[in-house]
Design a protein around this ligand. Structure first.
Ligand code: FES
Ligand SMILES: [Fe+2]
Length: 380
């Protein structure tokens, strides 16, 4: 799955984390790899392997100066593309640095989100043109939050419509309709970008309520819901990225978009459930500040949530970081989750098969070329 993820542009961090040229570098852990992100003097973004190619000191402590990041141990300096620009502890005439190339991943920045591509350079895809790429920076506001479980446990919640009738019984805009039918009929439809998960609820004698949740490869989603305002320019739409930090932890990026720019106060409000280091204020260590009296009175969970993701966090983190799936008992309500898992497994197997074929192809090519080299030597 890691290999598959590496074939996509993934959100690596927010622009606000490295706000200006030559600002302090930051640590970024992505797909189990420890990296350092920095913005150079010209505003270009670098995402480098954390440990200096010389003897491994962390570049987090480095000096971000004059178009490069310099290790504090012996002053080796790196450009955003991973070139070693200077090795001041080596003799002046040394060209040792030219033989080296440090781990560096290309980055692109759109609407306050910095995307990175960590796959093979010859396979780099175009950055998909999501609809919000055309919006102004002030019309998009992304809230990032840390999740202490595997990305898939989190992601699956977005394609599990029945839980919304229970876990979120009192605080999502369509809660009243969702509660009327906790056992919706579920369908899935594959698309070019991934899949649509569809839930159909009976909400009246001759009325159904249909929710369609797009799944976008490899781990992105759109959560459906009614307009958040009767005025079109105030209506907030969302987009979600579930990005593995490693096998056991995840960054969730909730991207809010709206025609009317978000004011500073609104931004503050949208992220008021997030504490320092993008950790959630309600988390496993404090039992999500669950209120048992509230649970008896009005809320299914007793977890008051600014964002429903706080209740989702309780549901998916409390499974443990990686739940043993052989212990599950999947029912009708998991039809869409099953389809999602099958789709991801198929994609993983397809890629693994193609990589195997390429390896076979290249080893028989190299055998052929080495035997023809031998022939050439003999003939010579
Ligand atoms: S360890 Fe970084 S320059 Fe020596
Ligand atoms: Fe949810």
């Amino acid at each position: 799955m890691g290999e598959l993820m590496r074939r996509y542009w993934l959100p690596a961090l927010l622009s606000e984390e490295i706000p200006g040229p030559d600002c302090a570098p930051v640590r970024v852990r992505l797909l189990g790899e420890d990296l350092i992100a920095f913005r150079d003097t010209n505003g270009k973004i670098g995402l480098l392997g954390e440990h200096c190619a010389h003897r491994g000191t962390s570049l987090f402590f480095g000096r971000n100066e004059a178009c490069g990041l310099r290790c504090v141990y012996h002053g080796w300096k790196y450009g955003v593309e991973g070139n070693v620009l200077e090795t001041p502890a080596e003799p002046l005439e040394s060209d040792f640095r030219k033989k080296l190339r440090h781990t560096a991943y290309p980055c692109q920045e759109v609407a306050g989100v910095i995307f990175a591509y960590m796959g093979p350079p010859e396979k780099v895809p175009l950055l998909p043109c999501y609809e919000w790429f055309d919006l102004g920076e002030k019309q998009v506001f992304t809230v990032k939050s840390f999740l202490e479980c595997n990305y898939l446990q989190g992601l699956e919640g977005d394609f599990d419509s029945s839980h919304t009738s229970f876990l979120h019984n009192n605080n999502i805009p369509d809660a009243a309709r969702l509660k009327r039918d906790g056992a919706p009929m579920l369908e899935t439809e594959e698309t070019g970008y991934g899949m649509r998960a569809i839930s159909i609820r009976k909400v009246g004698a001759d009325q159904v309520y249909v929710r369609t949740s797009p799944f976008i490869m490899p781990s992105f989603s759109i959560v459906p819901g009614p307009p958040t305002s009767k005025f079109e320019e105030d209506d907030i739409r969302g987009f979600r990225f579930w990005v593995p930090i490693d096998d056991r932890t995840t960054w969730l990026y909730i991207l809010n978009m709206r025609k009317k720019p978000f004011a500073a106060e609104e931004r503050k409000n949208l992220r008021r459930w997030i504490g320092t280091g993008y950790r959630r204020i309600r988390n496993g260590a404090n039992n999500y500040l669950q209120n048992r009296a509230l649970q008896k009175a009005t809320s299914y969970t007793g977890i008051e949530a600014v964002n429903p993701a706080e209740q989702d966090g309780c549901a998916t983190e409390s499974m443990g970081a990686i739940f043993d799936r052989s212990k599950e008992h999947l029912g009708q309500s998991d039809k869409t989750i099953i389809a999602l898992r099958k789709m991801l497994l198929r994609a993983v197997n397809d890629l693994a098969g193609r990589m195997r074929d390429n390896r076979k192809g290249s080893s028989s090519r190299s055998k052929r070329s080495s035997s023809s080299n031998r022939c050439a030597e003999i003939a010579h």
